[in-house]
Design a protein around this ligand. Structure first.
Ligand SMILES: Nc1ncnc2c1ncn2[C@@H]1O[C@H](COP(=O)(O)OP(=O)(O)OP(=O)(O)O)[C@@H](O)[C@H]1O
Ligand SMILES: [Mg+2]
Length: 147
């Protein structure tokens, strides 16, 4: 049914659930699985510097961000591994999340995108975040929205 699955993750619980579903799907179908996370271009403003000072955060801001991304990817791979998929790939890209997810799926010949219904957003009661809404509306391939 699907041979190449792209799962978008942002480090949220919803995305982790999506990673579990993607892992199980890939296992059952014998499909290739890639996890994609889209990071923001880092703008280190005075405000960020001040915040880091107050919180006693040492190191380069980029390093802190990279560590977070690394953790998000590891978490997703662990979810896939738990489903029996040991060769999941990871991709980290920068830009607008929905656009990057859609173009990556298109360019990479993916036939399914697995995405969480919500992410880190905190609008109570909302069933679909803006990224999952855009991806479900605009992607050419099948989109599985995990709730
Ligand atoms: N930066 C990102 N990189 C990869 N996937 C993402 C990213 N942001 C969101 N997603 C995917 O989209 C799903 C839904 O997240 P979304 O951002 O749409 O919801 P939200 O954060 O609750 O709402 P909003 O961002 O609109 O306030 C996530 O579970 C994840 O699968
Ligand atoms: Mg979001």
């Amino acid at each position: 049914m699907f041979s190449k699955i792209l799962c978008a993750v942002d480090g949220s619980q919803h995305a982790l659930e999506a990673a579990r579903v993607a892992g199980q799907l890939a296992k059952q179908l014998g499909a290739k699985l890639t996890f994609l996370t889209v990071t923001k271009e880092l703008k280190v403003t005075q405000e960020v510097k001040r915040y880091m000072e107050i919180e006693h955060l040492t190191g380069e801001p980029q390093y802190v961000l990279d560590e977070y991304t690394e953790r998000v990817m590891q978490e997703a791979k662990d979810a896939a591994r738990a489903a029996g998929v040991t060769d999941a790939k990871t991709e980290v890209k920068t830009g607008q999340p929905a656009r990057v997810i859609i173009t990556t799926a298109d360019a990479g010949g993916y036939d399914a995108i697995v995405i969480g219904g919500r992410g880190h957003g905190d609008l109570e009661g909302l069933l679909l975040g803006s990224v999952s809404h855009k991806v479900a509306s605009l992607a050419k391939c099948t989109v599985i929205t995990v709730r």
